[in-house]
Design a protein around this ligand. Structure first.
Ligand code: MYA
Ligand code: JJ1
Length: 388
């Protein structure tokens, strides 16, 4: 059972298949004057703090909390290691609210022991664009788990989001909660198979030797598509048009404008990489691909500390076949020294995963909406949203 989640305006397991329930908000907004004005109570040994991510020192505290306590795989071999530059990028998009970067400190040491964040986003669900918050980086220090701190943090971020007159949220988790709008599979494409096998990220296949495996995953030294180049600032209007048009076919997708595209997709060193195809004849921008950088710490390995992973982000194929575009993405990722290229089976990704030698991982990612009901769960291919 889910004592906390059963008390929240989210799709409940008992309601699955109930066709009398309408799509849309589960509960209406309340007048802002009725939103609780004071923070929720924490256990007396703890206090709320707002984490200023523009401050080098606070950003470093957040970085360290997550580096030691954030998401691990099911066998505790790897742990996400979001960089400071990445955290600043993820948490400070256009129109962000500093008050949605919420920490918990221990009294009196002032040590940061928990964290949760929200960033604003416009998300389209079918033909409605809904102002939402994207919730991410929920983390409670390993020594403070199972004390019901997470529900208090979720209620506090909800309160602060309500104060800005926003009533819906989108979030993902590796665990099943009431109730996913879709469940996606992680897929992995080896770029540095020797290291992946050495650290236990992957295994030598049956009837495979190391040298056959290395040969299997070999890639050309440079991309194949004529006109394939890095995205630049001057490309923002064309990429925005391309992406808006592409995302319009999915049931749930972000409603990106040029400001969003500049922030989320313009290349930022060691954070996000974006490439496009500019027609050598017409100079039209016809295709686009992108990935973000999220290393994982390798827990307890003598030889290696980190796994360098690229995660497929937004890709748009109009003229160049998606398979060829993503093969070029793999080539540039390999040139940038990534060990593995990861992707979810969202959007049209299924069409290239097997052919480009991705294999299914042991992890899944469940997508959720808060205070918004969908009649039916979606297929992953109906989802046009990638959260970081
Ligand atoms: S997903 C990433 C989550 N982080 C990690 O997995 C890092 C490692 N783990 C931890 O730090 C802790 O285990 C966490 C739970 C903090 C996850 N999402 O305090 P507890 C429920 C939502 O005793 P702890 C991400 O960042 C659990 O079902 N709920 O547990 C998106 C139970 O409730 P119930 C979760 O293990 C986050 C209750 O918490 C999650 O010490 C989206 C137990 O609390 C989870 N990942 O701490 C948050 N894990 O009894 C929701 C456990 O009912 C946002 N729980 O089953 C909702 C929208 C809010 C804004 C709305 C605005 C309008
Ligand atoms: O990375 C993941 N799994 C890897 C490593 C498994 C290590 C043992 N548990 C994996 N490797 C196989 C790769 C192989 C390469 C050649 C082809 C065949 C496949 O499967 C998994 C995803 O699969 N990652 C996790 O489990 C991390 C947590 C995922 C949930 C994330 C929650 C996100 C938080 C919300 O913001």
């Amino acid at each position: 059972t889910h004592k906390f989640w059963e008390s929240q305006p989210v799709g409940q397991f008992k309601d699955i298949g109930d066709s009398s329930l309408p799509e849309g908000p589960i509960e209406p907004p309340t007048p802002l004057s009725e939103v609780k004005q004071e923070p929720y109570n924490l256990p007396t040994q703890y206090e709320w703090t707002t984490c200023d991510m523009e401050s080098e020192e606070t950003c470093n505290e957040v970085y360290n909390l997550l580096k030691d306590n954030y998401v691990e795989d099911d066998e505790n071999m790897f742990r996400f290691n979001y960089s400071q530059e990445f955290l600043r990028w993820a948490l400070c998009p256009p129109g962000y609210y500093p008050s949605w970067h919420i920490g918990v400190r221990a009294k009196p040491s002032q040590k940061l022991v928990a964290f949760i964040t929200g960033v604003p986003a416009r998300i389209r669900v079918r033909d409605e664009v809904v102002k939402m918050v994207e919730i991410n980086f929920l983390c409670v220090h390993k020594k403070l788990r199972s004390k019901r701190l997470a529900p208090v943090m979720i209620k506090e971020v909800t309160r602060r989001v309500h104060l800005e007159n926003i009533w819906q949220a989108a979030y993902t988790a590796g665990v099943v909660l009431p109730t996913p709008i879709t469940t996606c599979q992680y897929w992995h494409r080896s770029l540095n198979p020797k290291k992946l096998i050495d650290v236990g990220f992957s295994r030598l296949g049956a009837r495979m030797t190391m040298s056959r495996t290395i040969k299997l995953y070999k890639l050309p030294d440079s991309p194949a598509t004529p006109g394939f180049r890095k995205m630049e600032l001057r490309d923002v209007p064309a990429v925005t048009r391309l992406l808006r048009n592409y995302l319009s076919q999915f049931v749930v997708a972000p409603d990106f404008d040029e400001n969003d595209v500049e922030h989320w997709l313009l290349p930022t060193e060691n954070v996000v990489d974006s490439y496009l195809v500019e027609s050598p004849e017409t100079h039209e921008i016809t295709d686009f691909c992108s990935f973000y950088t999220l290393p994982s710490s390798i827990l307890g390995n003598q030889n290696y500390l980190t796994l360098k992973a690229a995660y497929s982000y937004y890709n748009v194929s109009v003229k160049t076949p998606l398979l060829q575009l993503m093969n070029d993405a793999l080539i540039v990722a390999k040139q940038k020294d990534f060990d593995v290229f990861n992707a979810l089976d969202v959007m049209h990704n299924e069409s290239f995963l097997k052919e480009l030698k991705f294999g299914p991982g042991d992890g899944q990612l469940h997508y959720y909406l808060y205070n918004y009901r969908l009649q039916h769960a979606l297929r992953p291919s109906e989802l046009g949203l990638v959260l970081l």
